[in-house]
Design a protein around this ligand. Structure first.
Ligand SMILES: *Cc1c(COP(=O)(O)O)cnc(C)c1O
Length: 392
């Protein structure tokens, strides 16, 4: 993998660089193998064969059937297809108003889809999480109504890295009403956690390429066999009529390659990252007073660190670190244009002020202990200065 120079990149939860092998696998499909998979002559057939082979490779990782995988243009689109697809299909066949449930710490892709449907008259429940950032299956159960059609709970949170008990939530839902569909946004889980859709008990699962050292604007929705969904994009009928538009052949090939590589290294990389993560957390607590770790310390992604640096503004800290060549985040990249406090950090019971003091450091394949030592050394005086200023 090409070494990223000059910068220390610690925002892998936002997106990742491409694996060299992914670049290599994609390259022919931009040039020689440019055919449209829907064309019936040889070039088209070759492209079709390539995407079907990629689909089969991905299906294997998910322990799913090829026919259950729909390619989309990213995580956001997959989430939209899952939620709108289920609700619109219900409305097409039923007279009663549907009810849908999600957790309070979902990605904006889920929350905004829910908000849009609420605006259209759909009943919506947002289930709170504990101070540990974990969704309780019991709380989901309590929210279920007679007209509940869909529950959406993310596998791992993008800001605080907490890992949700997906299999347990699935069992709980299905015991109450096996007809309720269960979707999980697994964009942060791919490459870090097991993705067997049968063990997880999900009916719908979202993954994207950009968090797993694959290309951006490619994603998939796993749709359990037999489920009916309405499309959100209409046209030529590609992807089993659920996602019209010429397939992004190079991105699909890159996505399959990236997922296989991530899957192969999952245990080794998790072990390495857990050591680095816990080292950084320990050193940070030792050297910086008034830090709060956001999210459960154990049930969290191996690459995720999220602190509230009390009495310092996260955004200012992020910008000062950037000036020193270190790239971290204040929360999710999607909220970086708004000054609102993170809905995730407030959902775990922190005040608006403490939420605005949150920083996320997310480690990746190129992160070393030296990077983390340098980051901590650089952070200490900046935090001291920010705290002095905040007291004036
Ligand atoms: C990144 C991310 C998304 C959005 O995926 P895009 O490919 O950027 O559209 C959705 N959910 C989670 C949890 C994510 O981390």
């Amino acid at each position: 993998m090409q070494k990223i120079k000059r910068r220390i990149y610690l925002d892998h939860a936002a997106t990742t660089y491409l694996d060299d092998k992914v670049v290599k696998a994609m390259a022919p499909y931009w040039t020689k193998e440019f055919g449209n998979p829907s064309s019936l002559y040889s070039d088209g057939a070759n492209a079709k064969k390539a995407i079907e082979s990629a689909r089969a490779r991905i299906a294997k990782v998910l322990n799913a059937k090829s026919s259950e995988i729909i390619f989309t243009a990213g995580g956001t689109e997959s989430v939209n297809l899952a939620i709108f697809g289920v609700v619109r299909n219900h409305l097409a066949h039923n007279k009663n108003k549907p009810h849908i449930i999600c957790s309070a710490i979902e990605h904006h892709a889920v929350l905004e889809s829910f908000a849009a449907l609420k605006g259209e008259g759909v009943e919506v429940t947002i289930v709170p999480v504990g101070q540990d950032g974990l969704v309780k299956a019991f709380d989901i159960a309590k929210a279920i109504r007679r007209n509940t059609v869909l529950v959406s709970v993310m596998y791992a949170n993008n800001e605080i890295g907490t890992i949700q008990p997906i299999a347990e939530i699935s069992k709980t839902i299905k015991k109450i009403n096996p007809k309720i569909l269960f979707h999980s946004d697994a964009c942060q889980a791919a490459g870090a956690l097991p993705l067997d859709v049968n063990k997880l008990g999900v009916d719908l699962l979202t993954i994207n390429g950009s968090k797993i050292y694959g290309p951006k604007q490619i994603g998939l929705l796993y749709i359990r066999q037999g489920l009916q969904l309405k499309p959100i994009i209409y046209g030529g009928g590609q992807e089993n009529s659920l996602r019209s538009g010429t397939e992004n052949v190079p991105a699909i090939i890159g996505f399959a390659e990236a997922l296989e590589i991530a899957e192969k290294n999952i245990q080794k990389e998790n072990k390495r990252l857990t050591v680095l993560r816990d080292y950084f957390i320990k050193q940070a607590f030792k050297t910086i007073p008034n830090l709060v770790l956001n999210g459960d310390a154990i049930k969290r992604l191996a690459n995720n660190i999220n602190f509230s640096v009390l009495d310092a503004e996260g955004e200012a800290l992020m910008l000062y670190l950037d000036a020193k060549g270190i790239e971290i985040s204040t929360g999710s990249a999607c909220t970086s244009t708004s000054m609102d406090a993170s809905h995730v950090i407030t959902a775990i019971g922190r005040s608006e002020t403490d939420a605005k003091s949150a920083i996320r450091i997310s480690l990746g394949r190129q992160t070393t202990k030296q990077d983390l030592d340098f980051t901590l050394k650089t952070m200490i005086p900046i935090i001291k200065q920010l705290r002095t200023v905040s007291q004036l």
